[in-house]
Design a protein around this ligand. Structure first.
Ligand code: NAP
Length: 496
C-alpha cells in the first residue's frame, strides 16, 4: 500500500457531481487515501454501457492486515468515547450523506446500474441506519437483574466486541455497508470493510464523508481489492472478533468455514428465494401491484425479490393476465434515464436468467411475456413472466436474482404453505389474503425471518432484518443489529 500521491484521472462521472471529491478512487486505511503499492488496479465499469468509469486499488493481504492494525489501534480511543460523543459523529455522518444525496445516487447508478430513483431511495435507506444507530448508541447498555444470590448485586453489561470485518455485495452498495457499520460503530467497535469490487465507489464515498464527519482514522477502513485476498486474512486474524457478511449463501458458507478456527461471532445475511402467495380472497389489484414491486425492484437483483408466485386456482388466470400485462409495460433502459428496470450486474446474471427461462419452458412452463435479452444492451434482460412453472424447474429451487417471475397455481392453504417452505432459504415471504385467521395461521407456519402481509415494503432501520435456515444468522437493524457487535459480560458483586 502507498499513500496516494496522485489522483487517478476522474472520469466523466466526476463532472456530473456537485462535489467531485466524492468520486474517490482510493482505498481508505487509518484515515488515509491509499493506492496499491504495486500499481495494480481493478477496473470499474458502468453496466449500462460497459464503459470504464475508473479504477480502484487492488490491495494485497498485507494491506488487509494493516487495516486491522489501524482498526485495533483506533478501538481503544473509539470505544472509550462517551456514547454521546460517538453519536454526534454518527449524526454528522448521516447529515453529510443527506446533503450529498444526489451525488451519491449518481455514483451508485453509474457503477451499479440501478435506476436513479431507486439509487436516491437507497441513499435515504442507507443514511437512515446511521441516523437510527446515532440515537441507539446512547441507550443504556447495562441491565440490572434481580439477584438470585444472597448479598449480591447482579448486572449484565454489553461491551463492544472489538474489530469487525464487514463484507458487502453490489446490489445495495451503500445500505449494506451502513446497516453494518453504523451498528458496529455505535456499539463502540471499529471496522474494516470489503465492498464488492463491482461497486467500490459508493463505499469510498462513505469513507470520505466519515472522515469529514470527524470519524477518527482507523475506525472505518475501506479495503478494496480481490475479495479472497483481502477477506481470507481477516477470517484468520484473532483480532477480528466479528465477521458480518452480506452476499450469496455459497460465499457465506465459505467464510463460516474459514472463521471456525478463530471462533468468530458471525452475522450472515445470505440469499433469499421468496415465495409470493396470493389467496382467492385477496384484493387482486393490490396483489398485482405489490407483486410488480416484489419482483422487479432493483431490476430483480434483490435478496428480498419474489421468485416463486403461488396463486390460488380460482384467481390464477386473472392474476397471470394482469401481472403479465403490468410486467410488459415496465420500461427498461440505462439507470440514468430513470426507467423501471436497469441493466443487470454482469454477464453471469444474464446467463442465469436465460438458463432459468429455458429450463422452465423445457419443463412445460408457458412464456407470457419477455424471455430474452433486451435491445438496450448486452446486460439488459426483458422483464419476463412464466406461468405453469413446475416445482422441479430450476427457478423454483434457486435464487434467479433478475427480472424473471415464475407463476404456478395451488389448491389448498396447506399445499401453498408447504410448497413455500420447501426450500433451504428463509429470508422473506409475501402473503396476500383478506382472511384474518389465515393471516395469523400462515404467518406462524411460514419458516421465514420476515413475513410481509398484503404489502411489499417492510424494511427500515428499526426492524430486525434477517433470515431463517440458510438465508443466514443474526439480525441487522433494530437494537438487535447493534447487539451483534457486543459481548455480554455478567458481573456479580458481593456487597457484604
Ligand atoms: P457474493 O458473490 O457472495 O459477494 C458478496 C461479497 O463477498 C462481495 O464483497 C464479494 O466481493 C465477496 N466475496 C466474493 N468471493 C469471496 C471470497 N472467496 N472470499 C471472501 N469474500 C468474497 O454475492 P453478490 O453476488 O455480490 O450478491 C448477491 C447475493 O447477495 C445474493 O445471493 C443475495 O441474495 C445476497 N444478498 C443478501 C442480502 C441479505 O440481507 N440477506 C442483501 C443483499 C444481497 P467481490 O464482489 O469483490 O467478488
Amino acid at each position: 500500500m502507498s499513500n496516494s500521491s496522485h489522483k487517478h484521472q476522474p472520469s466523466g462521472l466526476a463532472s456530473l457531481l456537485a462535489d467531485p471529491e466524492l468520486l474517490c478512487e482510493f482505498a481508505h486505511i487509518n484515515g488515509q487515501a491509499v493506492a496499491s503499492s504495486t500499481g495494480t488496479d481493478l477496473a470499474v465499469s458502468d453496466p449500462a454501457t460497459g464503459t470504464a468509469i475508473g479504477a480502484i486499488p487492488s490491495l494485497e493481504a498485507e494491506d488487509a492486515i494493516a487495516a486491522v492494525d489501524a482498526a485495533e489501534a483506533a478501538f481503544e480511543q473509539w470505544s472509550g468515547l462517551l456514547p454521546q460523543e460517538r453519536a454526534a459523529i454518527l449524526r454528522r455522518w448521516f447529515e453529510l450523506m443527506v446533503d450529498a444525496r444526489e451525488d451519491l445516487a449518481q455514483i451508485m447508478t453509474a457503477e451499479q446500474g440501478k435506476p436513479l430513483s431507486e439509487a436516491r431511495g437507497e441513499i435515504d435507506y442507507a443514511a437512515s441506519f446511521i441516523e437510527f444507530y446515532s440515537e441507539e448508541a446512547k441507550r443504556p447498555n447495562i441491565e440490572s437483574v434481580t439477584s438470585h444470590l444472597p448479598d449480591a448485586e447482579v448486572e449484565i453489561w454489553r461491551e463492544p466486541s472489538g474489530v469487525a470485518a464487514l463484507i458487502t455485495p453490489w446490489n445495495f452498495p451503500s445500505a449494506m455497508i451502513t446497516r453494518k457499520a453504523a451498528a458496529a460503530l455505535a456499539a463502540g467497535c471499529t471496522c474494516v470493510v470489503h465492498p464488492s469490487s463491482e461497486t467500490p465507489y459508493s463505499a469510498t464515498a462513505l469513507a470520505v464523508l466519515a472522515s469529514r464527519a470527524g470519524m477518527p482514522g482507523g475506525c472505518f477502513n475501506v479495503v478494496t481489492g480481490k475479495a479472497s485476498t483481502i477477506v481470507e486474512p481477516w477470517t484468520r486474524d484473532t483480532r477480528v472478533r466479528v465477521l458480518s457478511f452480506t452476499g450469496s449463501t455459497e460465499i457465506g458458507r465459505l467464510l463460516y468455514r474459514q472463521s471456525a478456527d478463530t471462533v468468530k461471532r458471525l452475522v450472515m445475511e445470505l440469499g433469499g428465494h421468496a415465495p409470493f402467495i396470493v389467496f382467492a380472497d385477496a384484493d387482486l389489484d393490490q396483489a398485482v401491484a405489490e407483486a410488480i414491486k416484489a419482483k422487479f425492484a432493483t431490476s430483480g437483483q434483490d435478496c428480498l425479490g419474489a421468485n416463486r408466485f403461488y396463486i390460488e386456482r380460482p384467481v390464477y388466470e386473472a392474476f397471470c393476465t394482469r401481472f403479465a400485462r403490468a410486467t410488459a409495460a415496465l420500461s427498461v433502459g440505462p439507470g440514468n434515464t430513470d426507467p423501471d428496470i436497469g441493466p443487470l450486474m454482469n454477464e453471469r446474471a444474464i446467463a442465469k436468467q436465460k438458463s432459468h427461462v429455458e429450463d422452465a419452458v423445457a419443463k412445460g412452463a408457458r412464456l407470457l411475456t419477455g424471455g430474452g435479452g433486451h435491445a438496450a444492451g448486452p446486460l439488459f434482460f426483458e422483464p419476463t413472466v412464466l406461468a405453469d412453472v413446475p416445482d422441479n424447474a430450476l427457478i423454483m429451487k434457486e435464487e434467479t436474482f433478475g427480472p424473471v417471475a415464475a407463476l404456478c397455481a395451488f389448491d389448498t392453504e396447506e399445499e401453498a404453505l408447504s410448497r413455500a417452505n420447501a426450500t433451504e432459504y428463509g429470508l422473506v415471504a409475501y402473503l396476500h389474503t383478506n382472511n384474518p385467521r389465515r393471516i395469523y395461521r400462515a404467518s406462524r407456519r411460514l419458516q421465514f425471518g420476515m413475513v410481509a402481509v398484503n404489502r411489499t415494503k417492510v424494511t427500515g432501520a428499526p426492524i430486525p432484518f434477517g433470515g431463517y435456515k440458510q438465508s443466514g444468522m443474526g439480525r441487522e437493524g433494530a437494537r438487535l443489529g447493534m447487539e451483534e457487535f457486543t459481548e455480554v459480560k455478567y458481573v456479580c458483586r458481593d456487597w457484604r
